[in-house]
Design a protein around this ligand. Structure first.
Ligand SMILES: [Fe+2]
Length: 193
């Protein structure tokens, strides 16, 4: 994006305030926002502001004061909805990075139902931005390295491990779709068959 949109500016400010005491996570979301801006050409220009705003906000649900269900995508989205953020941003946060796969493993699918699930070029761009940004934001990571790192951090008994056989193919398909849209110059590019 050439110019920062109004949602992005507000999201950046809110994220920096909420994550001030968690510098690693703040660096991570800063990296995710930069990656989302890199993938912004793959989405409709009218939705780029919401994409990058959601990138800044996607992990605020980890903030202890916002804890509600204990599932960070939903806790962040509920907070944003209560604060009057647009439905599009709330839904992107609730469903980022295949949250539905983890929710299914945890048996808490119902908490996601309050937020519209879509799978489109914007959810793809946000998910790939998150999955190519290191957990402490120091580096852009290859998707496969990021998934390995995630499995190591969460351990073999985690919902992340159990969800991995279904979530990993989704992440790889997202990577292919975003790469294709970048190559072919925009959101109109067809999905791989
Ligand atoms: Fe993240």
């Amino acid at each position: 994006m050439d110019e920062e949109g109004a949602l992005t500016a507000a999201a950046r400010e809110l994220s920096a305030r909420l994550l001030a005491s968690d510098p690693n996570r703040l660096r991570h979301v800063t990296r995710v926002a930069a990656q989302a801006a890199r993938y912004a050409p793959t989405v409709d220009p009218r939705r780029r502001d919401a994409l990058i705003a959601a990138a800044w906000l996607h992990d605020i649900g980890y903030v202890p004061a916002l804890r509600d269900t204990g599932f960070h995508p939903v806790d962040g989205a509920r907070y944003l909805r209560a604060q009057g953020w647009p439905d599009e941003v709330c839904a992107l946060v609730a469903h980022h990075s295949g949250a539905r796969y983890i929710a299914a493993e945890r048996g808490i699918d119902e908490v996601l139902r309050d937020f519209t699930f879509v799978e489109d070029e914007v959810t793809d761009a946000l998910t790939l931005a998150d999955q190519t940004s290191g957990p402490t934001g120091h580096a852009v990571m290859d998707l496969e390295d990021r998934m390995r790192d995630m499995l190591d951090r969460h351990g073999p008994d985690s919902p992340h491990h159990r969800a991995h056989p279904r979530r990993a193919p989704y992440f790889r398909a997202v990577r292919e779709r975003v790469a294709r849209r970048l190559d072919t110059g925009g959101p109109g590019a067809p999905n791989p068959v």
